[in-house]
Write a protein that binds this ligand. Structure first.
Ligand code: HEM
Length: 236
């Protein structure tokens, strides 16, 4: 085993990831607390009651939800403006798919993780997994989802917020509420997989550590992100 470490994330990227993660989780928990109709709240009535007890009232809970959401969006915007090239690079990386390779990766990796290599063989597939770039296909799909869902939630959130001040028309507010709720639900499903893969799966432990140190071992880079490794292996 080689012990050489390779640079993967810089301090700015690490900061914005954890800031984003903290705000996203806070907004999900407080957002769930705002749904007082227990028939549409996936966790039932106890969670809104608990949140209202912690925050003192439904109004305070909503105020925290709105201002953390606005602060989150403002910090992300400032980050994008300050690090415009890096942010564009990130978007280019996650929105560039190689359909054949990424689809094969998705199918094979999921079968391998859930049913094992024997199942792959029984299905007539080889056990080699197509090489991946800086992010694998699963990470790219998750990142695309969070970028799009985040953008839509900011827009619908702002519509709901300003509706309390200037808008008298209930239609855009009703649509915004439904879309905001749907996006949060879809992103939450992706987030469960992301947290499992990033923090619990042993296979991805080096990536988890790299979200603190910025570095990954050479073997991990070669095995999990071979195309990226080939690009950076000779860089100082
Ligand atoms: C406890 C919570 C979380 C943990 C442990 C975690 C962990 C990680 C790790 C280890 C990576 C780096 C993967 C790599 O270098 O290959 C990563 C990347 C990323 N994280 Fe998180 N994360 C968490 C929460 C979140 C949240 C809440 C979001 C936003 C909704 C988020 C969005 C992303 C995105 C977009 C990336 C880049 C693409 C990807 O690797 O999927 N993360 N995360």
């Amino acid at each position: 085993m080689s012990s050489k470490m390779i640079h993967r994330h810089d301090k700015g990227a690490i900061f914005i990831h954890w800031f984003n993660a903290f705000c996203w989780i806070f907004l999900t928990l407080t957002g769930l607390g705002l749904i007082s109709n227990e028939h549409i709240n996936p966790v039932g009535a106890w969670w809104p009651n608990l949140m209202r007890t912690i925050f003192g009232s439904g109004e305070t809970l909503l105020t925290f939800h709105i201002y953390v959401g606005l602060t989150w969006a403002a910090v992300i915007l400032v980050y994008i403006l300050i690090r415009f090239r890096d942010s564009l690079g990130f978007l280019k990386e996650v929105f560039t798919l190689s359909p054949a390779r990424d689809a094969a990766w998705m199918i094979k990796k999921n079968v391998q993780l859930t049913l094992g290599n024997n199942a792959l063989k029984k299905m007539g597939m080889t056990t080699d997994i197509p090489p991946q770039g800086f992010y694998n296909a699963g990470q790219k799909v998750f990142a695309q989802l969070t970028v799009l869902a985040g953008l839509i939630m900011v827009i619908t959130g702002i519509i709901m917020y300003i509706s309390t001040i200037i808008l008298n028309n209930p239609t855009p507010v009703a649509w915004s509420r439904t879309i905001h709720y749907l996006m949060a639900g879809i992103a939450f499903a992706g987030l469960l997989v992301h947290i499992y893969m990033a923090a619990i799966s042993r296979d991805e432990r080096p990536a988890f550590k790299s979200m603190f140190s910025g570095l990954v071992p050479e073997d991990y880079a070669k095995h999990h992100h071979e195309l990226w490794y080939e690009e950076v292996k000779n860089k100082p």
